[in-house]
Design a protein around this ligand. Structure first.
Ligand code: MN
Length: 129
């Protein structure tokens, strides 16, 4: 058993994968054989990810605020505190804050055998105004 009282520094989401101001806090990344990765992700209003996929899928649990999520071929969907989204393995999608609202969600993934958690694609071209 291990209790973590001081976590790694918050990391800003890089501009190649995120639009706007996004901060990521690593909450859990246990040693092998676990491949669990948990992040707390804070999006400023209008901030959002680029299109991407996760090899083993992803759970998003909205903790605060209001945001948006979209899968390829689907509508932009509103999500708010208390909502939980399951993204299928390999499903192309993006997520982020609403245009005028902050949003914080927990992001839970299982890394692939090579350690990869995310395959990044293009920026979102039609984020709602
Ligand atoms: Mn995702």
């Amino acid at each position: 058993m291990r209790i973590t009282r001081r976590r790694p520094d918050s990391v800003q989401g890089p501009a190649e994968h995120f639009t706007g101001t996004v901060w990521l806090d690593e909450t859990a990344a246990p040693d092998a054989p676990s491949r669990l990765r948990v992040f707390n992700v804070h999006f400023a209003p209008g901030a959002h990810t680029a299109w991407h996929r996760h090899p083993h899928g992803q759970v998003l649990h909205v903790q605060e605020g209001e945001g948006l999520v979209q899968r390829e071929g689907g509508p932009v969907e509103e999500i708010r505190a208390g909502d939980t989204v399951w993204i299928e393995p390999g499903e192309q999608h993006w997520h982020g804050a609403g245009p005028r609202t902050f949003m914080t969600h927990l992001a839970v993934v299982e890394a692939a055998e090579d350690g990869t958690t995310t395959e990044w694609h293009d920026h979102v071209a039609d984020y709602p105004a």
